[in-house]
Design a protein around this ligand. Structure first.
Ligand SMILES: Nc1ncnc2c1ncn2[C@@H]1O[C@H](COP(=O)(O)OP(=O)(O)O)[C@@H](O)[C@H]1O
Ligand SMILES: [Mg+2]
Length: 381
């Protein structure tokens, strides 16, 4: 046992060099991850990248081809699901339709022959936490979808698991209910104080509910970080493109900037004659091709050409305005033919800001907000 002592008091699950193959095909490769106590951690990635498989490995429905799952300091590879202090909330909720809310939640405790007074106490307590106590006598069909889901969570949480696993629990809901449920889930997780490991392929959902996000691709972890780190400092183009909208420029590094000791590069951006400064903490070689990523909300549209000293100015023409409610997207064609998308908030006090189709404009960006990434050749040569 000594070998699997927790590296930190705060860690509840360790995935140690996990690989998983089915019929000779590797679907998870060298997964290493420490999950913290009481955090809401999300596995985010496109369909088929291995999220469900990873959750099933934690739950104990699969055994890894190699590597170890450690829960609460113990190697659980040989332990069946019901001995793992981990519970799964299934997408279908799988409630018993003929039983009341109370009996649905009490079911597992009854099966384990917990004394009746204790069952009553524990079920009432958890129903209070999920704010369903007044509905204890109802049957599932008398509840809304959101309430049914809370019953499913209460049922999974009533046996005091260390971790709840939730596999795309909101994917069947329409957009508005989904937003509401995201907030509810997060509040519920805080109240329960237990670790939630959540799976989604929806980047907006992952960013808005998670303490940390694990971005997955093709059976591997691409990046682990807070939502802000993932969005603002993606480690690869793949992450940048998966977690939000992007404008991507080609550039070539000319050298380190002598007047900027804190990590600025001199570079030449595609379509630009003048060299520019790019801010980055990464190391790049002189002459290296890079990609410069800018989020639509980091770009600025200017109606007039600003003065000489103000750095990068890309001239173009407004192609299209797309109304988004509280913002609008401005699609701009640069002289090179490249299209950019800029997101702007309405400024009701300054109508002159609002561009029109056909306007000549100059695009710049908030200095230092560019993300500079190596130009990875996606096709192995
Ligand atoms: N029991 C299994 N047998 C064979 N292949 C499987 C099995 N479970 C999952 N896979 C494959 O593993 C890959 C990852 O699946 P999954 O974990 O369900 O991805 P995700 O949940 O991210 O959509 C897919 O290619 C899937 O077809
Ligand atoms: Mg899945």
């Amino acid at each position: 046992m000594g070998r699997y002592l927790l590296p930190e008091k705060n860690t509840i699950i360790i995935l140690e060099n996990i690989s998983q193959s089915f019929g000779g095909t590797e679907v998870l490769s060298s997964i290493n991850l420490a999950i913290n106590n009481s955090e809401l951690l999300t596995f985010l990635g496109p369909s088929g990248c291995g999220k469900t498989t990873l959750l099933r490995l934690i739950a104990g429905f699969e055994t890894p081809t190699s590597g170890r799952v450690v829960i609460d300091g113990k190697d659980v590879n040989a332990l069946p699901p019901n001995h793992r202090k981990v519970n799964t909330v299934f997408q279908s909720y799988a409630l018993f339709p003929h039983m009341t809310v109370f009996d649905n939640v009490a079911f597992g405790l009854k099966m384990s022959r917990v004394p009746k007074p204790e069952i009553n106490r524990r079920v009432s307590e958890i129903l209070k936490m999920v704010e369903l106590e007044p509905m204890a006598a109802r049957k599932p069909h008398q509840l809304s979808g959101g309430q049914q889901q809370r019953v499913a969570i209460a049922r999974a949480a009533v046996n005091n698991p260390l971790v709840l696993l939730l596999d795309e629990p909101l994917s069947a809901l329409d957009a508005k209910l989904r937003r509401q449920m995201q907030r509810d889930l997060k509040h519920l997780q805080r109240r329960l104080g237990i670790t939630f490991v959540f799976v989604t392929h929806d980047q907006q959902e992952a960013l808005s509910i998670s303490d940390r996000v694990v971005v997955m691709h093709n059976g591997r972890i691409e990046q682990v970080g807070t939502p802000a780190e993932i969005y603002e400092e993606p480690v690869s183009l793949r992450v940048a493109e998966f977690v939000g909208d992007t404008n991507i420029f080609d550039a070539v590094v000319l050298g380190k900037s002598p007047d900027c000791p804190d990590g600025s590069l001199e570079a030449r951006l595609e379509g630009q004659e003048k060299q520019c400064l790019l801010k980055t903490r990464r190391e790049f070689a002189d002459g290296q091709n890079v990609k410069v990523v800018l989020r639509p909300e980091d770009l600025l549209v200017n109606r007039k050409q600003p003065g000489e000293s103000s750095g990068i100015m890309l001239s173009g023409m407004v192609d299209e305005l797309i109304y988004k409610g509280s913002t609008y997207d401005i699609v701009i064609s640069l002289q090179s033919g490249k299209k950019l998308v800029v997101t702007e908030f309405f400024d009701e006090d300054d109508e002159s800001m609002i561009a029109s189709v056909g306007d000549s404009v100059y695009v710049s960006w908030i200095k230092g907000w560019e993300v500079v990434l190596p130009d990875e050749n996606p096709e192995p040569v």
